[in-house]
Design a binder for this molecule. Structure first.
Ligand code: KG4
Ligand code: ZN
Length: 339
């Protein structure tokens, strides 16, 4: 018999609902919040309020799109961390009420694990799911991790950023260039027309498999400040080359430690996940490793890279199989111990 899970994501600024039938997505809908654009980043209070406005319409639309009735749902899975507390509480409260009303199990999902498990969603293109163990570079607006994935339930963070996340590096660089938030997708778009070797930015020296991106932000800031003194139109004249050079630097930094992790563990099945895995330069860099025969690579479908509830639903499916249910008394967490 098929298992139907309702997945809910509300950890940051996207209110998303998905319905999964086993590993197949029937609906995956997201209400993006535009209230943050003028602030150059997500404002927690505004995010929480927008989630409250969006959650019922988004869930209602997901049921309509999936063409199923709520009584068919076997369990409700939701993000209970890491994320913004006020945002998490909206999804948590809805999920608890829904589970209670329908007398079905409640399943908590770690947002970072869910990004990785998005690789296991069955889609029409029949992307092969990675075999265990594999390495996953999980790169988002709040996290940058190299994860040793041993099973759907057993994941070990073997490297992480000591300061900014890769997505933050994209967003902050874009902000310095005067681009709106979130800057990552804009840098990606502009980079396509630019020369990635035009400007050189330093790489951090961090031990082991860890990352650091705060130095890059500072060096871009100082470099542009100096250039703007000589030519106030420097950024406008060089937007595409700056975007391409910044993107290349971030990707080179990410790949350097990922290659080190592969050498140290001997694992050649390598995946990417999280919002930054939507970046076309990062996707090509991974494909290059695959074409050269060095790695077997696994890249999530574009729509499952940035925050979405489909990834929460697939994580819910695997936890349902394990009967890994949560009590009504649970509380959301802003950070996990391995963050
Ligand atoms: O996973 P995600 O949607 O939310 C978090 O959990 O943080 O990731 C959002 C991050 C933002 O920093 C955004 O700028 C970045 O992912 N991002 C990109 C691209 N699309 C989203 N960065 C570079 N290139 C992209 N195409
Ligand atoms: Zn995310």
């Amino acid at each position: 018999m098929s298992i139907y899970i309702l997945g809910i994501e509300s950890s940051c600024d996207d209110t998303s609902a998905a319905i999964i039938k086993d590993r197949k997505i029937l609906a995956n809908l997201t209400a993006n919040q535009h209230v943050h654009k003028d602030f150059g980043g997500v404002v927690p209070e505004l995010a929480s309020r927008a989630h409250q406005q969006n959650i019922i319409p988004v869930i209602d639309s997901a049921f309509k799109a999936a063409k199923i009735h709520k009584n068919q749902i076997n369990a409700v899975a939701f993000t209970n961390g890491p994320g913004l507390l006020g945002s998490l509480l909206v999804g948590t409260s809805f999920a608890k009420a829904f589970a209670l009303a329908l007398d079905i199990p409640l399943i908590t999902v770690n947002h970072m694990h869910a990004h990785i498990l998005a690789l296991f969603i069955e889609d029409d293109a029949h992307h092969a799911a990675p075999p265990f163990p594999f390495l996953c570079l999980t790169v988002s607006g709040g996290h940058t991790q190299i994860v040793l994935v041993k099973s759907h339930h057993d994941m070990q963070v073997i490297g992480k950023t000591i300061d900014d996340a890769a997505g933050e590096a994209f967003d902050k660089a874009a902000k310095i260039m005067g681009l709106p938030y979130p800057g990552g997708p804009l840098i990606d778009k502009l980079a396509k027309k630019g020369d990635p070797d035009r400007f050189q930015f330093p790489h951090p020296k961090v031990p082991n498999l860890d990352y650091s991106f705060s130095g890059l932000k500072t060096s871009i800031l100082y470099y542009l400040r100096d250039q703007l003194k000589k030519d106030p139109e420097f950024i406008d004249k060089n937007t595409a080359d700056l975007a391409a050079s910044i993107q290349k630097t971030i990707i080179d930094i990410l790949l350097f430690k990922l290659k080190k992790a592969s050498e140290e563990t001997g694992i050649k099945h390598v995946a990417i996940a999280g919002g930054v895995s939507a970046n076309s330069g990062l996707r090509s860099a991974l494909k290059k490793e695959s074409d050269a025969g060095r790695w077997q690579v696994y890249i999530p479908k574009f729509e499952y890279c940035t925050d979405n509830a489909a990834m929460i639903a697939i994580n819910g499916y695997y936890k349902y199989l394990n009967k890994d249910f949560a009590p009504q008394s649970l509380k959301p967490f802003t950070r996990y111990s391995d963050d």
